[in-house]
Design a binder for this molecule. Structure first.
Ligand SMILES: *Cc1c(COP(=O)(O)O)cnc(C)c1O
Length: 389
């Protein structure tokens, strides 16, 4: 069975062109870029090229890009760095809807004397910027707020947030793992100090990420050892993966328009048609600005896990929210923070598209999903009540 893959916020397929670009760096051009000889030197050149490609997609300078092992490492590095660079400041501000890469770190830090403020969101998933203004004080080391939410696709007004934070002289980091390659960024014209991205969310392999570090930003490395990455991240460079990330960023730049027109069109059609056919459904984050590729829909009185299994039998891959919380019975922390009622949060399904998604695949979901929801409601007591209405 050929998969219909609509779980691109969990991970993406490596682009063929990206794979071809990295391939020679395993068995032929396997030199260490730090070596003095020509064989390492030619890899170093290619790593520099990749750094420039990542920078170009972000509107940053190449020296401002530090390669890491993943989005999680970039997030951890940014927050820990701020706390080390400002040892007298023991307060971190984040939001309740962050990825666990930020939220779990922050919650662990509270056991080490760090005060953490988790900003609330409203029922559409939007932040209250006045709450942010009130939360910043002289003790605040860093504010870390994601650009786009992985579960709902809700986009935060990151430049406005950066403005508020910088006015108070505090560092600002954003987890942009879900937005890079989907919405344009121009860090040259921005007040963001640090930004995280991850390769496997934009058609590069798993296990490579980057941290944008604005020139002049106080910084303390997370991994120490050798002098790689200008002493900002020790460890021999993952050359093939770095080269892949560079290529993926170049291609993502070329597809930004497609993402915001064709992919967005597919996503809008999926949302519109499902909402028209299926009763008692609602869009999570429906009232907010959202990513062009993500739609999260809550179906009342059905279990998300059951929907996913039945979709999977038809070859359709979706998600119940975040890959990290599915499998547990708890509804997602993001939907809970938005106050989505329990009966809806349990029946929430996320579809996340990519540039490889076709019209025919969207047709298949629109054909297969409504009868699945109908069947599941018929076997649930509350669902039957609903169907009678
Ligand atoms: C996937 C994801 C991460 C983690 O990235 P990894 O490379 O898998 O560690 C962090 N933040 C967001 C918003 C994500 O979607």
């Amino acid at each position: 069975m050929k998969e219909i893959y609509l779980d691109n916020n969990a991970t993406t397929r490596v682009d063929e062109a990206v794979f071809e670009e990295m391939r020679p760096y395993f068995t032929e051009l396997y030199g260490n870029p730090s070596s003095m000889h020509f064989f390492g030197g030619q890899v170093q050149k290619k790593v520099d090229e990749a750094r420039a490609q990542v920078a170009a997609l972000l509107g940053a300078q190449p020296e401002e890009i530090v390669f890491t092992a993943c989005g999680t490492e970039s997030d951890n590095t940014a927050i820990r760095s701020a706390l080390e660079a400002f040892p007298t400041r023991r307060h971190v501000i984040t939001s309740r809807v962050e990825h666990p890469a930020v939220l779990t770190l922050c919650r662990n830090l509270t056991k080490h004397g760090v005060r953490v403020t988790e900003l609330n969101v409203d029922s559409a998933g939007r932040l209250d910027l006045d709450e942010l203004k009130r939360a910043i004080d002289d003790d605040t080391a860093i504010v870390s707020i994601m650009h786009a939410n992985n579960e709902t696709g809700v986009v935060f007004p990151i430049e406005e947030i950066a403005g508020i934070v910088k006015e108070r002289g505090v560092l600002f980091h954003t987890d942009a793992v879900q937005s890079v390659g989907k919405i344009p960024l121009n860090l040259a014209k921005s007040r963001i100090d640090m930004l995280s991205l991850s390769g496997h969310k934009l058609h590069a392999p798993k296990g490579i990420g980057a941290l944008y570090l604005r020139k002049g930003t106080p910084f303390r490395p997370f991994l120490v050892g050798g002098h790689q990455e200008k002493n900002r991240r020790a460890g021999t460079e993952a050359t093939s993966s770095i080269i892949a990330l560079g290529k993926a960023c170049q291609v993502a730049g070329e597809f930004l328009h497609d993402e915001n027109t064709r992919v967005k069109g597919l996503c809008d059609r999926l949302e519109r048609e499902l909402m028209a056919i299926i009763p008692a459904a609602r869009i999570n984050g429906g009232g907010a600005e959202r990513l062009p590729n993500t739609v999260s829909i809550a179906f009342e009185f059905v279990e998300g896990e059951a929907i996913l299994l039945l979709l999977s039998e038809k070859g359709i891959c979706a998600s119940s929210g975040s890959a990290c919380t599915s499998g547990s019975q708890e509804p997602s922390h993001v939907l809970r923070a938005m106050g989505v009622p329990f009966t809806c949060a349990h029946g929430s399904i996320r579809f996340s598209l990519s540039r490889f998604t076709t019209d025919a695949e969207i047709d298949a979901v629109i054909r297969e999903l409504p009868p699945i929801i109908q069947r599941l409601r018929e076997i649930s007591p509350f669902g039957r009540e609903l169907l009678k209405k």
